[in-house]
Design a binder for this molecule. Sequence first.
Ligand code: ADP
Ligand code: MG
Length: 226
Amino acid sequence: MTPPVVELSDVGRVYDSDPPVHALRDVNLRVSTGDYLAVVGASGSGKSSLLNILGLLDRPDSGTYLLDGVDTTRLDDGQRTALRGSKIGFVFQSFHLLPYRSAAENVAMAELYRRGDRTQRARRAEATLDRVGLAHRVGFRPDRLSGGERQRVAIARALLGEPALLLCDEPTGNLDRANTEAVLDLFDDLKEQGVTLIVITHDDDVSRRAERRISIEDGRLSEESG
Ligand code: ADP
Ligand code: MG
């Protein structure tokens, strides 16, 4: 049996401020391969704290986090960085594309520091752009793309290494309705392709499209059924 992609057990996170802030309390979450879930919550509810832990950018103060069966709480920083690079693709609200590079170069950038053949990498970058519906935009620079297309380039970049988990933080936060729809349609396609997706959002139209909806309030998770 394959382990869940994500397994959080009794995870807590307390910021060491004065007074201390309990940002996450007793968080339990299992995400299986191919799940598509949205995390919703008001500002200050703990969404970023959860994302930082899921993305191995921060460590829980209590509990355990298994990623693809690996107990990340036992790893040192170097091992966590390596695991993050191989297992997690990140997508952010602002696309973080390099302005003077083509879409294909921006995607290939994901593996800049990896060994491997350049032509091979360029070919895979183009194939990944095709996968997000942008085969006709490979040579375009970001300033010639719409907002939705820019976000799809950023998603292609995140997918290049075939991550076990795609973590998206307010991916449609900078997009108008039409471009939001295009990105949500892409998420549906990725879900069909078996990609595991976690989308953090405060937009109900976005969370409604996910298969599972988790809400977070004062650091506690609850899953909406149905
Ligand atoms: P959200 O992303 O949902 O807005 P956060 O995870 O950023 O929520 O924050 C959860 C709680 O933790 C809030 O009360 C916030 O003020 C607090 N918090 C976040 N980061 C820190 C930090 N580095 N130090 C102290 N408190 C923090
Ligand atoms: Mg936040």
